[in-house]
Design a protein around this ligand. Structure first.
Ligand code: NAD
Ligand code: AKB
Length: 314
């Protein structure tokens, strides 16, 4: 679907791991002045175009930004991730649920299109670990997962009840070099590259056998833009497309880095995040995304490792 060119785009959580890259990609595609970024903290990247500090829980301020800037599409990325969520469940619930509700209420009033990501964290330990299906019972064991399940359902409610065009992806763990993530369980798969590039060492907080679905950020950004460009009538799902990129164990990830940096040393010392990782799937069935909007990942572990290390060493 092409967007209304007179209306602008807003990215919430624009200073985050996905936010800085998605904001840059949207500015590249639609023009810098067409993309407003908001967050509770500043970064140089988010400020490289229109930017405002805004807490998503402040409905009046958020609505004023939407109104003053003629916003037609919102990419809602502001959230609290899994590991921080387990440390501060109330904050996680407030930001992920009340923040989303603010975004959806404004979307209904201003007839906006919304992108709202979900996560593999919607799945609990009871689903098939391999090729986890699109439609399966969702019994997550983290507060973050619980907010993502409720968020998907709330989005679908706004689609069905108020005809708001809302789309979303259950992202796997995302790996990128432009921003160091914090607060997630899959952060080890990013930190390991920073450790390797900086001092050829990393202590990993999950065990060597931990195997999770992952994706390289350029694929995730491309998938997001492709989903938002897909004709609405071809979409069977709205806020919850399963998406698969690659899957590897923490040990295999360390080995892929050792092929480029032979002296790289990785040790494994699991902490409380191990339990979260163990509750998530290993591989994801993304047949619906392939069929409905032509999803196809480009990167595998080898090409990602080469690209990550090249960029980090630069
Ligand atoms: P992140 O933590 O890097 O960024 C989130 C941003 O939201 C931060 O910049 C933070 O300052 C901002 N924020 C937090 N509270 C806020 C508030 N009250 N008001 C406004 N901004 C606030 O997270 P991310 O990795 O960029 O994730 C973005 C979205 O993608 C989230 O919905 C997350 O659940 C989802 N997701 C991410 C991954 C991943 O691996 N990165 C995987 C699955 C799903
Ligand atoms: C996290 O680990 O919390 C996120 C996610 C997979 O949702 N990266």
């Amino acid at each position: 679907m092409s967007i209304d060119n007179t209306k602008k785009i807003l990215v919430t959580g624009a200073a985050g791991q996905i936010g800085i890259e998605l904001t840059a990609a949207l500015r590249e595609k639609y023009g810098t002045e067409s993309v407003m970024a908001i967050d509770i903290r500043e970064t140089e990247a988010a400020k490289s175009g229109p930017f405002k500090i805004c807490n998503i829980l402040d409905l009046n301020k958020y609505k004023k930004i939407v109104n003053d800037n003629n916003i037609g599409t919102v990419y809602h990325l502001a959230a609290i991730l899994s590991a921080t969520g387990e440390k501060n469940p109330k904050l996680c619930f407030d930001v992920n649920m009340n923040g989303l509700q603010n975004v959806l209420e404004v979307a209904r009033e201003y007839n906006q299109r919304i992108f709202c990501p979900s996560s593999i964290a919607v799945f609990g330990p009871d689903v098939p670990k391999e090729n986890t299906p699109q439609n399966v019972a969702l019994n997550p064991t983290t507060v973050y997962g619980l907010t993502k399940v409720a968020g998907e359902l709330l989005c679908d409610y706004y689609v069905n009840k108020y005809n708001v065009d809302i789309r979303g992806i259950r992202y796997p763990g995302l790996i990128s070099w432009k921003n160091k993530p914090s607060g997630g369980t899959t952060d080890y798969a990013v930190e390991i590259y920073f450790g390797a590039a900086q001092n050829e060492k990393y202590q990993c907080f999950v065990n060597e056998e931990t195997r999770l679905p992952m994706m390289y950020m350029p694929d995730a950004i491309r998938g997001t833009l492709e989903l938002m460009d897909a004709p609405l009538k071809s979409l069977k799902y709205h806020s919850n497309y399963n998406l698969s990129g690659m899957s590897f164990s923490a040990g295999e990830l360390a080995e892929s880095i050792q092929k480029v940096i032979p002296n790289f040393e990785c040790t494994f010392k699991p902490d409380s995040r191990q339990e979260i990782a163990d509750s998530w799937p290993v591989t994801i069935d993304d047949g619906a995304a392939k069929k409905d909007w032509g999803w196809k990942p480009k990167f595998d572990i080898k090409t990602m490792t080469k690209d990550m290390l090249k960029n980090l060493r630069n």
